[in-house]
Every structure is written in C-alpha cells, then in structure tokens.
Ligand binder design. Sequence first.
Ligand code: EPS
Length: 379
Amino acid sequence: MLRYWTAGESHGQTLLALVDGFPAGVPIDPSLINVELKRRQGGYGRGGRQRIESDEVQIRSGIWRGTSIGSPVALEVPNRDYKIERMDDLPRPRPGHADLTGSLKYLGSIRGVLERSSARETAVRVAAGALAKQLLTPFGIRTLGYVVELGGEKIEPVEGDLDTLRKARDASEIYSLDPSRDADIKKNIDAARKAGDTLGGVMEVRVEGLPFGLGTHAQWDRKLDGRIAQAVMAVQAIKGVEIGMGFEAARRPGSEVHDPIHYDESKKDQPHLGYTRPTNNAGGLEGGMTNGMPLIVRAAKKPISTLAKPLASVNLDTKEPEEASYERSDVCAVSAASVIVENVVAFEVARALVEKFGGDSLQEMQARYELFQKMARER
Ligand code: EPS
C-alpha cells in the first residue's frame, strides 16, 4: 500500500514526510519536486514568511542513482525560520484556528497546537505528492490545479488541452486560467490586507490520462471519491469538496446530470478504450472508480483565521474578553492551496494505481497495466 505520514512544526527544525510503499524502478528527479515547492510558496497575498523560506527537498532514503528502490522514501524540507524554542505561548486563541480546542484537548499551550496545525506542514505533503506524480508520468497521467474563485470572484475554468491550460495558469499571479483577471483579484487582496482581513477561495484539480478502474465500488473505504475527499478535506482550511458537477447535481434531474456513453472504435487504444462521453458531469468517477474521463475535483478554502484586525476572544489565563492574538501571517493562500490540493489528489491517484496494478516495481505495474487494457478492450 502506498501511504505517507508527515512530521514537523511550522517554526521547528524541519518538516518530514515518510512515503511508504513507493514502487521500485521509478526515475526520480528532485528538481520536479522543487518546482512544486516553489509554486506552493508563491501566489499573491502571501506574508513575510515566504521571503525567509526557500523550500527545497532533501531526499534522505529510498532512491539509488536517481531511481526508487522500493524502500521507504524520506523527504525533508528544513525550516529556515527555526525558532520554536524562543517563541512565547499565545494567550488568546484565534477563532477559526485549532488554538482553543487543541490547547484544551491536549491540556497544553496554544503554541504547541498552532505549530503543528499551521499550513506550513503542507510543504511536505506537496513533496510527497510531487514524488507520486513521478510514478503517474510513465502511465501518461497528468494533473493540473488552478484557482476558480477568490474572495467571492468567480474565474470560470476554460476548456483546452492541459499544456495550454498550464501555460495560462503559469502566467497568472493568482494561479487561475485567466491571467486577465489578475489585476482585479489582486486589488481585492490588497483591500483585504488594508482592512486587516483575509480571503478564501475555490480551486479545481484536473487529472487526465486515467485508465478505467482505479478505486472500487466494493468497499466504502476503498472508493476513490471517498479517499480523495478525505485527503482534500484534510488540507488546512479546506471546508468543502466537490467532484464533477458536485452540489449542482443535487439540483437537476437525472437526464441533465448523467453522462451518456458512446463508443468510438478508432479510439480504442486510448486509456478510455474508446468509451467516450459528450459530458463529464461525473468528474471522472462512477461507483467510486475512475471511468476513463478526466477527474475533476474542486475544494473550498476558508479565509485564513489569523486576522490583523482580530475578532473577539478570551484570555485563557484570566478568562477575560480580549481580542484574539495576532502573529505574522498571510492575507490569502488560495493560490498555494491550489498547488497543495493538486498534489494531495495526485498522491491518492498514485495510491489507487499501485493498488490496481501491483506495487513492487514500475516495470511490473506497466506490464499489468498493458495486460489489463488488453483484457478490458476484449471484454
Ligand atoms: C501559518 C502562518 C504563517 C504562514 C504559514 C501558515 O507562518 P508564519 O507564522 O511563520 O508567518 O506563512 O504558512 C507557511 C509558513 C507556509 O510555508 O505555507 C499558519 O498559522 O497556518
């Protein structure tokens, strides 16, 4: 089974991800992980911390001469702003953060809770996802994450091939597919900063080149939609996940929701085996399994809960009403979240790929992939 854990605090010495069950024989290029780490640090609205950090992965195990060897892969991203031992506790919990509940649950400091609950930890989730992407590449599976709404402003995603969409996204300072909207959105972020406020948004992830049958209908905890929702909801500040048409499907009759099935013999060598759909409202998943169409996942991120103009709170020592504590933070991290969500989705897809095609080595997985495509074509 492909899985990972992380460790590390926001201002601790380092961040770690331990990826277990990664197949042997996968060429690994650390610079591809670093590209993702750099993008995660960017996006308009980030705070001072990103001028201190310059995230780069150090691969500590599991790779020999540029190729995975089937043993656990330890990924490390050191914190330049390592100062946790010198930091005071926070007396007044911030509404929306883990501060209040965490300090009561663990009978400890707010500092001890916020340092781990901080979204800084997502640096190594991105590293794990960017490693997993290197297993997807030999199967022609590609991912793209972008912002579709920020501070209430919708930026409709456009259709197009993934390379064109990627170019558009990489030209946008807020990582949307329409860079012409950047100026207005940036104005909104500036206004929020001025008002001591923060902004949230919605991001979408598209995964192309998927074969049939990743995930399963047969058991609830192996359904791929469920696993993706869990991985995405577990990203800091994510409050909602949609697949394909999502909540809108609940409002329409079935005839407007379900995607008709066509067959085109001339396309039978493609990953979808020639079964095409004129629409993709299901977002690439039916019965908890991939159906050969692109996977479409959307996530809603709430605004950052550290407000420069703080909300009402209580001093935990005196129990007196006081404003919540404030520490340096970001005004908007929606762009960063689009990178994070893309990478956690990539990891879940890789996990399902390993399950379907056996996970000891890339060579064996590829042979089994080809055999499955042939058998499914002939079914
Ligand atoms: C965060 C607070 C800020 C953010 C941080 C998440 O950090 P600091 O307190 O050091 O200014 O910048 O995110 C990151 C450091 C990061 O790399 O994404 C929080 O409280 O969640």
